[in-house]
Design a protein around this ligand. Structure first.
Ligand code: SF4
Ligand code: SF4
Length: 384
């Protein structure tokens, strides 16, 4: 990094200035805001739009916003959306085609340059989730050029977690609540007798340059220690945890567990968990035409492995039962993702637990599988 300051203390005014500075640099600033009874991600133009004084109450199949007396802006855990909404959009046109008067088709690729985003308030688990999607969508010989373009232009402002939700388990997955790189700026919010401040560190040259443009508070060495203590305390207050076993082996050894029948009896195969998950990346292509038949478009949209059509081959769907579809999802997240991408596919954000309409909890399922294995449940070598 250049010689710019790499650490600083900023206040609430500094946070508002951060949004202005990023916008002045041509960035579309996306961050959390309270709207429609939830803390959602949206474009921010002013510091007042941050959810100051709002927290969340989370449980399996349950989400409520709750006022907070301390006025904190980032004392809420993962919301209904994740950053993949912007980096890997839900629907995207790939190309359009028009038939000319001579009957010939002209195909136009959609190559509009992507916005230059600044993501404000990226949680450590979501920073890991972006790294997971980077490996999937931007790594290897068949990477996604649109994802790569959006990702290369994105400026990430991480905010460490000091208020984990009841459904969070990032500590179990080694994905939080502290950040350990991959950001342009990292912030830790501290609200105490000393005021409302953010301990800020730059992680890139541009991060340092942005930090230098913000109004600073007087240097306060004790704030770094207070911030560290809050993050360490958050690690001890995770609402959920995974069994302390090798999850990859657990998934492999419980393929025939009775527990898959139990969860299948509850699962609606609605796919909400895959839509809310920040690492799920599957898509399918959809071709549409207008009524004249002279215009056609190809759209890519998110797809879910819970959809019966997802595994449809000429003889029918490979995973016809709810049991096989839930098992596919869970074993991929916690097991076979390692084989494909050399990491877990789960970062412990808890979204799939909160947004499951029947409250299915991936940590509860993993504990139940572990208990069944310990009790000598059915073997799991076969993949049938
Ligand atoms: S686990 Fe829950 S969210 Fe996922 S498909 Fe089943 S019912 Fe839907
Ligand atoms: S599987 Fe669930 S907890 Fe894990 S990253 Fe996806 S949504 Fe978050």
């Amino acid at each position: 990094m250049t010689g710019e300051a790499t650490t600083a203390v900023i206040g609430v005014e500094g946070m508002a200035a951060l949004i202005r500075v990023l916008a002045a640099r041509g960035r579309t600033v996306i961050g959390p805001t309270a709207r429609d009874g939830a803390i959602v991600l949206d474009e921010l133009t002013d510091g007042d739009e941050l959810p100051y004084g709002w927290g969340v109450e989370l449980e399996a199949g349950h989400y409520r916003v709750r006022p907070r007396a301390d006025g904190a802006a980032f004392a809420h855990s993962a919301g209904p959306q994740s950053w993949k909404t912007y980096l890997h959009p839900q629907r995207e046109r790939q190309w359009s085609a028009a038939r000319g008067p001579d009957g010939a088709w002209a195909v136009t690729e959609d190559d509009t340059p992507p916005p230059s985003y600044a993501f404000l308030g990226v949680r450590p688990c979501d920073l890991r989730a972006i790294a997971v999607q980077d490996r999937v969508l931007a790594g290897g010989p068949h990477s996604d050029s649109r994802y790569r373009a959006r990702r290369a232009r994105a400026f990430l402002v991480a905010v460490e977690c000091t208020e984990p939700g009841a459904t969070c388990f990032c500590t179990s997955m080694g994905a939080g609540p502290a950040v350990d790189g991959g950001y342009d700026l990292a912030l830790t919010e501290v609200v105490d007798g000393g005021g409302h401040r953010f301990w800020a560190r730059a992680g890139s040259d541009e991060g340092a340059a942005v930090l230098a443009e913000l109004p600073h508070l007087p240097a306060d060495e004790s704030l770094a220690a207070a911030a560290g203590e809050k993050v360490a305390a958050a690690a001890d207050r995770m609402g959920r945890s995974m069994p302390e076993v090798d999850l990859r082996t657990l998934m492999r050894e419980t393929l025939h567990a009775d527990r898959w029948n139990d969860v299948a009896a509850r699962c609606l195969t609605c796919g909400n968990c895959t839509m809310a998950c920040p690492t799920c990346f599957c898509t399918s292509a959809e071709d549409v035409t207008d009524l004249t038949g002279d215009h056609a478009e190809r759209w890519r949209r998110w797809e879910s492995c819970f959809d019966l059509e997802f595994s449809h081959l000429p003889g029918g769907p490979v995973r016809a039962s709810g049991r096989s579809r839930y098992r596919q999802w869970a074993t991929h997240k916690l097991g076979t993702w390692f084989d494909q991408f050399d990491s877990s596919g789960c970062v412990g954000c808890g979204r799939c637990i909160v947004w499951c309409p029947v409250g299915i909890d991936i940590t509860e399922e993993a504990h139940a599988l572990n208990a069944e294995r310990a009790a000598g449940g059915p073997p799991g070598e076969s993949t049938a």
